[in-house]
Design a protein around this ligand. Structure first.
Ligand SMILES: C[S@@+](CC[C@H](N)C(=O)[O-])C[C@H]1O[C@@H](n2cnc3c(N)ncnc32)[C@H](O)[C@@H]1O
Length: 388
């Protein structure tokens, strides 16, 4: 892309920065300066509209610039996911307001070494490099074409952090240890390499999530003794990053299994219970607990196309599923787990615990055991997380 004259984009950038300051996302003068010096449009020449079509920059440059400088995430790559039969986003430029909050949460000081997992467009790597200097920033992406593009864009602004192609779940041992790790792709547990490659006293900001709830950014720190343990709270900041995956050609890190007719059971339950759970399935606090409680759950909702929901449907990546009819209490379940029974247990627990929001939860992660806890890491109300 040929350089766009500053006169055309400067006002859009200033408006975006004013907006981020007004919402409180951007407060630190050093980050404000970085957002001024690293224009977002340089990193987002290839956008797609909601139907997945390329947006032609040359045709509608002012409209495109307005879009780039909104506080929105911008999809920049999609991959066809056979398990879902649809295209799934595989890279984006994160919403600037979220990026600003995350960068400020890192509490960077001069001289710190940072690892970013998920280079994507290179925009965040550019902001970090402007702030810390190239030799303090390492960024890795699994998709080689993204790294190539990011390198060119960063170069055009005289920014040259260490960029690598690879599976960021293994970290970057050659450049470790890192004082900070920021992951801009989501994980279901904390990868072992991130724990061991974090310097004593370091911190990592991670989107630890499942499929049915967001708001799960986690700020985990390692104490100064350097033991391989990180601990910290869920922040309750809405962040729903794309999954970290092992294969650049796939969008999801897992396959979705199907079940056979033989696995099915049909029962009837108290319609009042179904109605109570139906009332709470949209509650983000309930969904957060369900996500911890039922490993691999990927759907929890009324099936689409019901003007007034008449059933609750749940499904998990292992192919287990359940449908409960709100008026009659009829329940059908299939697969290796009985998801309806699991859902009822999660609801009973959530009520017994006082309907806690995500901010009452935290995470402890070591190389051999990881769990989410309620209120305190010594509390035995805890949920195991997968070891990666
Ligand atoms: C939301 S985008 C990152 C946005 C980016 N930080 C920016 O400023 O544009 C998520 C990125 O994570 C990358 N990714 C997914 N799995 C990965 C993995 N295992 N290792 C490294 N990068 C990965 C994707 O290719 C994608 O570019």
């Amino acid at each position: 892309m040929t350089a766009i004259p500053a006169a055309e984009w400067r006002e859009h950038l200033d408006t975006m920065i004013t907006g981020l300051r007004d919402t409180g996302a951007l407060t630190d003068p050093r980050w404000i300066e970085a957002f001024r010096a690293v224009p977002r449009h340089v990193f987002t020449p290839h956008l797609r509209d909601s139907e997945g079509r390329d947006i032609d920059v040359a045709e509608a440059r002012q409209a495109w610039l307005r879009r780039v400088y909104q506080d929105d995430s911008l999809i920049t790559a999609v991959t066809h996911e056979p398990g879902l039969g649809t295209d799934v986003p595989t890279s984006s430029s994160t919403r600037p307001g979220l990026m600003a909050r995350m960068l400020e949460l890192l509490q960077l000081r001069e001289g710190m070494r940072v690892l970013e997992i998920g280079t994507g467009t290179g925009y965040n790597a550019g902001l970090l490099t402007h702030r810390l200097g190239a030799c303090h920033v390492t960024s890795i992406d699994i998709d080689p074409t993204l790294i190539e593009d990011a390198r060119c864009r960063l170069h055009s602004l005289n920014l040259a952090p260490h960029l690598l192609v690879g599976d960021g779940l293994a970290g970057v041992p050659d450049h470790a240890p890192f004082d900070r790790i920021i992951a801009t792709c989501a994980v279901p547990g904390i990868p072992l390499a991130w724990i061991t490659q974090l310097a004593p006293g370091g911190a990592m900001l991670v989107n630890l999530r499942g499929e049915i709830a967001c708001g799960t950014l986690c700020l985990l720190s390692k104490d100064a003794t350097g033991d391989d343990e990180v601990i910290g709270p869920f922040l309750g900041i809405a962040g729903h990053f794309m999954w970290a995956r092992h294969d650049p050609a796939r969008a999801l890190p897992y396959g979705i299994q199907s079940t056979s007719e033989r696995d099915q059971t049909r029962t009837t339950t108290d319609p009042g219970t179904v109605a109570t759970i139906a009332h709470d399935v949209a509650n983000p606090d309930f969904r957060f607990l369900v996500q911890l409680h039922i490993r691999g759950i990927r759907t929890l909702a009324a099936p689409p196309g019901q003007p007034v929901p008449t059933t609750i449907h749940a499904a998990a990546t292992d192919g287990s599923w359940a449908t409960a009819h709100i008026a009659t209490g009829k329940v059908a379940q299939g697969g290796t787990r009985r998801l309806w029974d699991n859902l009822c247990a999660a609801h009973t627990l959530w009520c017994a615990l006082g309907q806690p929001p995500p901010t009452r939860f935290g995470v402890v992660a070591t190389p051999t055991a990881q769990f989410a806890y309620l209120d305190h890491d010594r509390n035995w109300t805890r949920w195991p997380l997968p070891l990666l």
